[in-house]
Design a protein around this ligand. Structure first.
Ligand code: CP
Ligand code: NVA
Length: 301
């Protein structure tokens, strides 16, 4: 039984397989007659739509389940929810506030669990990010991937995926919002260097990819005023982009808070690949679902 809670739940060979599957529009209908349960504790545009359409493309039936109907850990335990859902669906994919809830769901081993974003990780986003870098630059040709802003869920999954593929990264964050020692150890363990700084220009210097995300993630709304203040030097603007390689691309998981972490000018520039990146969410979701169903079927679980 395989789960996908963080990018390094896959080994390098499996990550490359998933990325290869993601390039194929007409995969076998491995979900024919089967359900994929989609649970969202937080709002979503890209993730819900891309997962639903990827499921349909694989012949399956996506079912959006409101968390208040399930009452996870209020009406019944997360474990009992999963063991019940396993009788109706082939995959349970969930967006949660607390990553530990996903770990508990996966520990039942009743069905494959896929992380659709937690406080800790956003691995489905990272798959689309890597697919986009492959299409725009080439995963074997890309130099430094620079991340400017909060060392959050999106950063962590991207940095792990890059490190696994031999891609050097940098991260620039204000004090108190940078990576912790465990994050850095986990990233470098996969083989690639990570440059940590509080200077956006240093991080972006000669980068091939400049990536940012919101300063206030879902669930952190009460910290918004403090965060606006802390991150005020970390806007990706045209001046910062001139520090990167001239052929560099700009990426953002979206939704963007224009005027905060990125200017209109940058996100609307020719360097910006944010919409191909968003559209790749569907292709990489199809690749991941196809792989995880293949694993479940091949191993008779
Ligand atoms: N990037 C991303 O996960 O977007 P949504 O929150 O809209 O799903
Ligand atoms: N870091 C953001 C990503 C949204 C897709 C959040 O967690 O809200």
């Amino acid at each position: 039984m395989r789960h996908f809670l963080e990018v390094d739940d896959l080994n390098l060979d499996e990550l490359q397989q998933v990325l290869e599957l993601s390039t194929k529009p007409d995969l076998p209908k491995v979900l024919d007659g089967q359900g994929v349960a989609l649970i969202f504790e937080k709002p979503s545009g890209r993730t819900r739509n891309s997962m639903e359409m990827a499921t349909v493309q694989l012949g399956g039936h996506p079912m959006y389940v409101k968390p208040e109907e399930l009452g996870i850990d209020t009406r019944e335990t997360a474990e009992d929810v999963v063991r019940t859902m396993a009788g109706y669906h082939s995959v349970l994919a969930a967006r949660v506030f607390d990553h530990d809830r996903l770990e508990r769901m996966a520990a039942t081993n009743a069905m494959p669990i896929v992380n659709l974003l937690s406080d800790v990780a956003h691995p489905m986003q990272a798959l689309a990010d890597l697919l986009t870098i492959e299409q725009e630059i080439g995963l074997t040709r890309v130099g430094k991937v620079a991340y400017v802003g909060d060392a959050n869920n999106v950063w962590r999954s991207l940095a792990i995926g890059c490190s696994m593929l031999g891609i050097e990264t940098s991260v620039a964050s204000p004090a108190g919002h940078g990576p912790n020692a465990d994050d850095l150890e986990r990233i470098v363990t996969h083989g690639s260097a990570v440059q940590v700084t509080d200077d956006p220009h240093e991080a972006v210097n000669e980068a091939d990819v400049v990536y940012t995300d919101v300063w206030t993630s879902m669930g952190q709304e009460s910290e918004k005023a403090d965060r606006l203040d802390a991150f005020s030097r970390f806007t990706v603007d045209s001046a910062l982009m001139t520090t990167a390689n001239p052929s560099s691309i700009f990426m953002h998981c979206l939704p963007a808070h224009r005027g905060e972490e990125v200017t209109d000018e940058v996100i609307e520039s020719a360097q910006s690949k944010v919409f191909p990146q968003a559209h790749n969410r569907m292709h990489s979701a199809r690749g991941l679902l196809s792989w995880i169903i293949g694993e479940t079927t091949n191993h008779g679980q």
